[in-house]
Ligand binder design. Structure first.
Ligand SMILES: Cc1cc2nc3c(=O)[nH]c(=O)nc-3n(C[C@H](O)[C@H](O)[C@H](O)COP(=O)(O)OP(=O)(O)OC[C@H]3O[C@@H](n4cnc5c(N)ncnc54)[C@H](O)[C@@H]3O)c2cc1C
Length: 511
């Protein structure tokens, strides 16, 4: 592209992770980018100041721990090497594939070229967001406006009925005004108001929506002075006990967080887990979490808090081959989101932001931009979304079986038996065979379509060899060490007869 039209005036609604990633990707193409967010700017100071003091009512997940997978890390490393340095300076850590291996696999480890892409960045989301923010605000052609609530869209309809988005309306300190823009980007997250604003104009944003049927609880901790994190790779710090999923998220500057995730039907445990002492008691009973808390290795820095309404959502802005509006794009959670348990949202979000920047650079025609954005979103993000949905459905079936005291290990039908046997063999092989784990990690880090590694003939042969070893052996490797459901209820003194009132089942989520 050349000429004056190349230089666009772009309004981004939301300065969360995807708002910042979109601003970075668009600003480096020379566009003028204005970002609007209802929340205040991050406070001055270090990572702790951002975590404890930043008021982030607009992003309910702000204080829940986040994993930053290979997809996100590699996009940053390849496109913004100086940003990566800023993450390290703020206390974020790079953890490579080799560092995550069990002692047995580490002993046999020989590096391969692709391993350099299998890494995670470990830090709190507050740290991640602050570093993104500081980087973006230092770009000459970006302005970020905080304390500004976007209250609507400015639009025009031509004689053919085509809708053009021409700007936004904003409210700041009680005053309403308009901001015109060549392109409006909705990066306002899971509670985006744009679908409602389109509905008011008689344009329907079609939505696919599935409930993950879980409630997610977090507690943050700090290692005591002189204490180290437990060694990696010995006991899995994440797993599924059937009625409870758990995970530890090492953070920056000596911090870490633990999540406990419960099915919505586990009311008694949900109520219990909100008390700090019970949360810790549960963690101490799970071998993968115990080393993080035992012997006063750490102390909590927050009470437990939760978040509910965990859904997978995909919003369609092109239906029946027609864009809903011209010069409007939704990115990140505003467009699609998956269960946070898989830690994929920020990775799919930064990819989405870069897809947007690509399509804006490729064509000047607003309709072909809308089509191209839709096509690439379907091609590159749909496989991740579909895999997450399948994992959710399996998880819902597993926890329902545990709750009802049924076993899923004795399937009715050959197809189901084969699926289970294959899954167990794959799980066992990826614990014991480096090449299988490497393949599985490419999927985990979203560096290829989920499950693509299973097309590798060597991996297939290994998994089939494991199937021949027998299901009993393989499924024993799948089971996570930890108390069963009845044992956990006993341990916590929970009575199955205790009633839970609707009020008590509400979720506390600090701003
Ligand atoms: C509990 C939980 C845990 C998660 N864990 C992970 C993880 O481990 N790894 C991972 O990659 N992802 C994780 N995610 C997903 C991740 O948080 C999201 O995918 C990501 O934050 C999406 O970024 P976003 O910019 O689209 O939205 P958000 O980060 O939610 O930002 C939206 C922004 O828009 C602003 N805004 C909203 N409405 C308006 C308005 N009208 N006017 C002005 N501003 C507005 C808000 O203030 C906010 O700043 C998790 C999500 C949850 C719920």
């Amino acid at each position: 592209m050349s000429g004056e039209d190349d230089h666009l005036n772009i309004a981004i609604v939301g300065s969360g992770i995807c708002g910042m990633c979109s601003a970075m990707a668009l600003a480096r193409q020379g566009h003028t980018v204005s970002v609007y967010d209802r929340d205040p700017a991050p406070p001055d100071g270090d990572a702790d100041a951002a975590f404890f003091n930043w008021q982030r009512r607009g992003a309910a997940q702000f204080r829940h721990p986040h994993a930053f997978l290979g997809l996100l890390c590699n996009i940053i490393e390849e496109n913004y090497p100086d940003l990566l340095e800023a993450f390290y300076a703020a206390g974020a850590r790079r953890v490579d594939f080799a560092e995550m291996l069990s002692a047995e696999l580490r002993a046999a480890y020989v590096a391969e070229p692709g391993d350099a892409k299998l890494w995670v960045l470990m830090c709190r989301r507050a740290t991640m967001e602050t570093v993104f923010r500081r980087y973006v605000e230092s770009m000459a052609n970006v302005s970020i406006h905080n304390g500004v609530r976007v209250t609507g869209m400015c639009t025009q309809v031509d004689s053919q009925g085509t809708l053009d988005v021409t700007g936004i309306t904003i409210e700041q300190a009680g005053r309403t005004s308009e901001r015109t823009a060549d392109i409006v980007v909705d990066a306002s997250g899971r509670l985006s108001k744009f679908p409602g604003w389109f509905a008011a104009l008689d344009r329907t944003v079609h939505e696919e929506k599935d409930d993950a049927e879980i409630v997610y609880y977090t507690r943050h901790y700090r290692l005591q002075p002189g204490c180290e994190e437990p060694p990696r790779g010995e006991r899995p710090g994440a797993g599924d006990l059937g009625y409870l999923k758990f995970g530890v998220f090492p953070g920056d500057n000596g911090t870490f967080a633990i999540i406990l995730c419960l099915p919505v039907a586990e009311r008694l445990l949900q109520r219990a887990v909100r008390a700090g002492a019970t949360f810790d008691q549960i963690c101490l009973s799970i071998p993968g979490l115990e080393p993080w808390l035992v012997d006063n290795r750490s102390s909590p820095t927050t009470e437990p808090f939760g978040i509910a309404d965990i859904q997978s959502v995909w919003r369609h802005y092109v239906t029946a081959g027609e864009p809903l509006a011209r010069n409007f794009f939704a990115v990140g959670d505003a467009a699609l989101r998956t269960n946070p348990l898989y830690g994929r949202g920020c990775s799919t979000g930064i990819l989405h932001a870069h897809i947007l920047a690509d399509v804006i650079a490729e064509s000047r025609d607003p309709v072909s931009r809308a089509h191209r954005f839709d096509e690439r979103t379907e091609k590159e993000l749909r496989p991740i979304f579909s895999a997450s949905l399948r994992e959710d459905r399996n998880g819902i079936a597993r926890s329902a079986a545990v709750l009802e005291g049924r076993t899923l290990d004795k399937p009715d039908g050959l197809k189901k038996w084969f699926r289970l046997a294959f899954g167990d063999a794959l799980g066992a092989a990826s614990r014991e065979q480096l090449h299988v784990l490497r393949g599985a990690m490419k999927s985990f880090h979203l560096l290829e379509n989920p499950g693509a590694f299973l097309k590798d003939p060597k991996i297939r042969r290994t998994v089939l060899r494991y199937m021949l070893k027998g299901r009993r052996r393989n499924s024993a490797k799948r089971l996570q060490p930890g108390p069963g459901r009845a044992e956990m209820h006993d341990l916590l003194g929970l009575s199955a007869d205790a009633a839970v009132s609707p009020d008590e089942s509400e979720i506390v989520n600090p701003a």
